[in-house]
Design a protein around this ligand. Structure first.
Ligand code: LCS
Length: 393
């Protein structure tokens, strides 16, 4: 079968595969920093880009390339650029698209450090930012200035679960000649493919669903067009944001089970969200699969499923939330998400603690918001664990 006609689950197993001389079923770990040339002419040709082939692992490596090609195929993009972490991917995109005096428009609730570096590091390069509620589409166009260089969104957003209309945002971006960058970490390409909806660049923290086993830190960027790809790759290579071959191998291995992992975790998440919404001690639940989610219809339109991430607040606010977090015995009290294990964390004091209280509140990240990443364990165990912890409040 031709690889470009394969369906998603088959691509997870077969896209981007590398053929070696031994017929290895799995891409080997090319644990090497450098690659020997046959002769000086060949070395010169490779550096000049006149001959394909590997040079040095920061620039490229067969294990890393297999992972990049697989994710690019899943996202229907031109090619991928794997990075040392999700923040490595975010930083590569910022460094590639922002210049002195540039302005970025973004959603107010995104992963804390993705906003934090724009507000603390990039001002020294003269970069300005406007953070708005991008789920209200009219806010985006109003925020564009003559010096705006990109629109950057996460959907669903971490941790508010706001859903932003990718197609409508892309139309606005393109009307103004701007690229749209989408962080697709919360969905993975299994549930959402932003490039198909008009985005120009998609990125992931591979630490989450793509690897899925809480044993890798990595990131990846996929560009729709070669021109963005070339610019992004050059920034990644020269700033040294590369992933290492062993991490790439693990992420590639984890990726193979993405569909089955998400199917199971999502099935669990639907039941957990329903349980929480009906529980008398719960004030509100944000989960794209609940009809009460303010962007439920949009989520159904642009996502292939509601995902595995739930945010909620207890009626007793932060005090009650702390009792819950300290009493779950099964869910790990830990940051990160998208792994096979269920995790619970408190954004205001953990992942988003570096945001000012004012910005957090404006973005809807209340003090009592608890974030829950549903794993693939037995659903009865997950719910019994929540129930016994809620009973302690
Ligand atoms: N983008 C999103 C949406 C994220 O959730 C994260 C990390 C990143 C980018 C950065 O990826 P990293 O460098 O960690 O691979 N989110 C985390 C979270 O919510 N808890 O711990 C990390």
């Amino acid at each position: 079968m031709k690889k470009d006609t394969m369906r998603f689950s088959s691509k997870l197993i077969h896209a981007g595969e590398h053929k070696d001389q031994y017929g290895s079923a799995i891409v080997p770990i090319y644990q090497t920093s450098t690659f020997a040339f046959d002769n000086a002419e060949q070395g010169a040709r490779r550096f000049a880009g006149e001959e394909s082939g590997y040079i040095y692992t920061r620039i490229g490596n067969p294990t890393i390339k297999a992972l990049e090609k697989t994710v690019a195929s899943l996202e229907n993009g031109y090619d991928g650029i794997a990075t040392s972490s999700g923040m490595g991917a975010v930083s590569t995109v910022y460094m590639a698209l922002l210049s002195n005096g540039a302005h970025i428009v973004s959603h107010d609730a995104i992963y804390g450090p993705a906003r934090g570096i724009i507000e603390t590091i990039f001002p020294k390069f003269g970069v300005e930012a406007t953070y708005i509620d991008a789920s209200k589409i009219e806010n985006i166009e109003k925020s564009i200035r003559p010096n705006t260089k990109m629109i950057y969104i996460e959907t669903p957003a971490n941790p508010t679960m706001d859903i932003i209309d990718i197609r409508a945002t892309a139309e606005i971006a393109h009307k103004h000649g701007l690229p749209l960058v989408v962080d697709n970490t919360f969905c993975s390409p299994y549930l959402q493919r932003p490039l198909d909806l008009g985005a120009d660049i998609v990125l992931h923290s591979m630490t989450k669903f793509i690897n899925g086993h809480a044993d890798v830190v990595g990131g990846i960027i996929v560009a729709k067009e070669k021109s963005y790809y070339d610019t992004l790759r050059s920034v990644m290579v020269n700033l040294g944001f590369n992933i290492d071959p062993h991490q790439a191998f693990l992420a590639h291995r984890g990726l193979k089970t993405l569909a089955v992992r998400i199917d199971r975790a999502q099935e669990n998440a639907i039941k957990v969200a329903d349980f929480l919404e009906k529980h008398p001690k719960v004030a509100w639940v944000k989960f794209p699969g609940l009809k009460s989610h303010q962007h439920y219809e949009l989520g159904k339109k642009q996502m292939d499923g509601p995902g595995c991430m739930i945010s909620f607040e207890l009626k007793g606010g932060l005090t009650a939330g702390k009792v819950l977090m300290d009493n779950v015995e099964f869910a790990l009290l830990a940051v990160s998400l998208g792994g096979v294990e269920t995790l619970i964390q408190h954004p205001a004091s953990m992942t988003h603690s570096k945001m000012s209280k004012e910005n957090r509140f404006k973005a809807g990240i209340t003090d009592g918001l608890v974030r829950y990443s549903v794993g693939i364990e037995n659903i009865e165990d997950i719910i019994e664990d929540l129930e016994q912890a809620l009973n302690k409040i």
